[in-house]
Design a binder for this molecule. Structure first.
Ligand code: SIN
Length: 189
């Protein structure tokens, strides 16, 4: 079951009058930025951790066999590394459609590598959304990902490209890297 969040996100008008907004990406937005942006910088947000706990019916899976993709889960003291994109507010129409399977826009503070901070937006699929799958052991998540595919391609590509992008940024994410290890094992033996 999926819930289309396009209309809910349209009500988030906080940055509509700004000429530029920072968008924090932590999943496919990092490795597939299919939207115009003015600048891109690695950034971190605090109090959130990346988890492959969100179902994907429209990109990396189907209604009958949803894939597993990333969302953020609140965790005091945690830090999530991602990529911040400086965009104009018009880009949100495209992003809202892309992220419509359960993701809502939230305001967040992000910190850049030089120590400076900015307020901006992040798309999060919260635990109460209809497509939320929730926790599972990493080997099970890897097996699930290995078996799923959707209109945007194999679910495994999402995981592998994200892991590669995080490594290139020097980011540590044990959850993602452990799933990657199990996925590679599951695919090649
Ligand atoms: C994001 O990348 O920031 C949101 C989740 C996704 O589209 O994979």
């Amino acid at each position: 079951m999926s819930l289309n969040t396009v209309d809910l996100n349209k009500q988030m008008t906080r940055f509509d009058q700004h000429s530029e907004v920072w968008l924090f990406g932590y999943g496919s937005l990092i490795f597939r930025p299919d939207f115009p942006f003015l600048a891109r910088r690695p950034a971190r947000i605090h109090g959130w951790t990346r988890r492959f706990w969100q179902g994907s019916h429209d990109h990396r899976g189907t209604d009958t066999h949803p894939g597993r993709v990333a969302t953020l889960i609140r965790q005091p003291g945690a830090e999530c590394t991602g990529m911040a994109f400086l965009i104009t507010p018009e880009v949100f129409a495209h992003l809202d459609f892309r992220e419509k399977n359960g993701y809502l826009r939230f305001c967040t503070e992000m910190r850049f590598d030089d120590g400076s901070c900015a307020e901006g937006l992040v798309y999060i699929a919260t635990e109460d959304n209809a497509a939320f799958l929730g926790p599972a052991p990493e080997p099970d998540i890897a097996r699930h990902i290995a078996s799923a595919a959707g209109p945007s391609g194999p679910n495994s590509e999402y995981l592998l490209r994200l892991a590669e992008a995080l490594r290139e940024m020097g980011a540590q994410d044990e959850h993602v890297f452990e799933i990657e290890r199990h996925l590679i094992k599951a695919t090649y033996i």
